[in-house]
Each structure stands twice: as C-alpha cells, then as structure tokens.
Write a protein that binds this ligand. Structure first.
Ligand SMILES: NC(=O)c1ccc[n+]([C@@H]2O[C@H](COP(=O)([O-])OP(=O)(O)OC[C@H]3O[C@@H](n4cnc5c(N)ncnc54)[C@H](OP(=O)(O)O)[C@@H]3O)[C@@H](O)[C@H]2O)c1
Length: 227
C-alpha cells in the first residue's frame, strides 16, 4: 500500500499528510473548496503529494482518511470509498458540530455514523484522541521506551490490522479498543482522550472510560443538593 487518500485537509488531515510523506507514502489531499486552494500545502509536502476532489482522493487512496467536521459526513463520496478501509478521525463537540440526537442519547458513536453512510467500506476509528500537532512529534521506532500508543476501533479485523500497521509505520503502537461500538471509550472527556499514553496506560484508560450518562450520574451524585 502506498497511497493515502485524505478527505479534509485542515488540522488533522494536513498533519496526517505530513506524517505520511515523512514515512514514504504518497498522499492525495482534498477539501471542500477545491484542489487549487491546497496549492501551498502541496508545495510544502513536495512531489509525494497532490490535490484532488474528495471523490478523486477517495478513488486514489489504497486507504482513505476522513478528517472533516461531523456535520459534513453526508457529503463523503460513498461510491469512491466502496470496499475501502476508511479511517474516521472525527469527534463530537455539540457546540461546534450542532446537536446530533443519536450521539446525545449515546445510541451510536461518531464512527458508526460514518459506517452507516458507507455500507461496503470498512471504517476504523483512529487518530481522533491525539492533538493534530503531536502526530508529527510523538512518533518513535517500534520497541522504543514509552512509545506513544493510539487507539483504534473497528468491525473488520483485516482493516484494523491495516490501520495498526500504518500507525506502527508512523511511529505509534496501536491499541485495539474493540468493535466500532466501543469507539466511545476514547471519545472526548474520557481518560485516554488527549494525553500521551503508552499502550499499557491506554488499555487501562479504555477500561476505565465511562459513558457520558454515567459521568453525569457520578457528578450529580457528588454535587451538593440544591435548594
Ligand atoms: N484538531 C485536532 O487536533 C484534532 C485531532 C484529532 C481529531 N480531530 C477531529 O477531526 C475532525 C476534523 O478536525 P480538524 O481540526 O482537522 O478540522 P478543520 O481544521 O476545520 O478541517 C476540516 C477540513 O475538512 C474539510 N471539509 C469540510 N467539509 C468537507 C467535505 N464535504 N469534503 C471534503 N472536505 C471537507 C475542510 O475543507 P475547507 O477548509 O475547504 O472547507 C477542511 O480542510 C473533527 O471531528 C475533529 O474533532 C481534531
């Protein structure tokens, strides 16, 4: 596998592109405003990178990364992504993304929303819980002490193996949190979301994670009774 298709070239998409180029991959980047708006980034990335439409990036990618806001998930090029391994970097921040009832009531998760839109693709949740700028700083070679780990979740074992290899090539251990429906374990406001963690630390945090409803119940139980 040599080419990563990247849909969304903001904080995360552009950082994953930098990381990929650094590690010898070709990248095809896209955004909502069109390839010409990515000229500066493509120049920075050099000959391994080119810009395209989201559909062309999807088709070109041996593996495709979706790094766009949740509110635009309905615009992903479904046909171009058919049958492919698709990485979802998304997080849900209602103040930014607007209210999404099925995420508010925790009947689904962000990556399951994307999977529902892409029935024949193999969605793997990854890269969502590290700050974009750290992706190009924190990678180290396999076996190095306190190597940083990143969590993944997905329903297809082969797709998860592919993404684990990608993470390893990028300098990170992969920790499997389970199927997509377990992706909430590294969503916003869970212990593993944000800080640098080794694989053992991340496994501990994934285990300790609580659903939002249980976090609220715990904080209500601890707060003093109001008049
Ligand atoms: N920022 C972080 O450190 C970080 C880390 C991990 C995960 N995440 C998550 O990753 C997601 C993306 O975050 P971000 O910070 O990278 O966002 P961002 O900087 O706002 O970038 C969003 C990108 O998506 C593109 N886009 C929007 N709609 C599109 C569409 N329909 N088709 C193709 N491209 C489209 C935008 O293109 P235009 O500019 O042309 O509109 C832009 O390039 C969020 O869910 C975020 O929570 C963020």
């Amino acid at each position: 596998m040599t080419t990563l298709g990247i849909i969304g070239a903001g904080n995360v998409g552009s950082q994953i592109a930098r990381l990929a180029v650094l590690h010898g991959y070709d990248v095809v980047l896209s955004n909502s405003r069109g390839p010409e708006s990515l000229a500066e980034l493509i120049e920075e990335l050099g000959p391994q990178a080119r810009a395209a439409t989201p559909l062309a990036a999807a088709i070109a990618g041996d593996l495709v990364i979706v790094a766009i806001p949740l509110k635009n998930y309905g615009e992903v090029p479904v046909e171009g992504l058919a049958g492919k391994v698709v990485i979802d970097t998304g997080n849900y921040y209602p103040q930014r993304d607007g209210r999404i009832p099925e995420l508010d009531d925790e009947s689904t998760t962000t990556a399951e929303l994307l999977q529902a839109l892409l029935p024949t693709s193999k969605v793997v949740k990854a890269f969502n819980h590290a700050y974009a700028e750290e992706l190009t700083k924190d990678g180290t070679t396999a076996g190095s002490p306190r190597r940083r780990a990143l969590a993944i979740a997905g329903d297809d074992a082969g797709a998860k193996a592919t993404v684990s290899r990608l993470l390893d090539n990028f300098g990170f251990d992969a920790v499997d949190a389970g199927p997509l429906k377990e992706g909430w374990r590294f969503q916003r406001d869970t212990p593993g979301y944000g800080p640098r963690r080794t694989a053992d630390e991340l496994r501990r945090d994934l285990k300790a994670a609580k659903r939002y409803r249980d976090q609220q119940a715990a904080s209500t139980a601890q707060s003093p009774r109001l008049p």
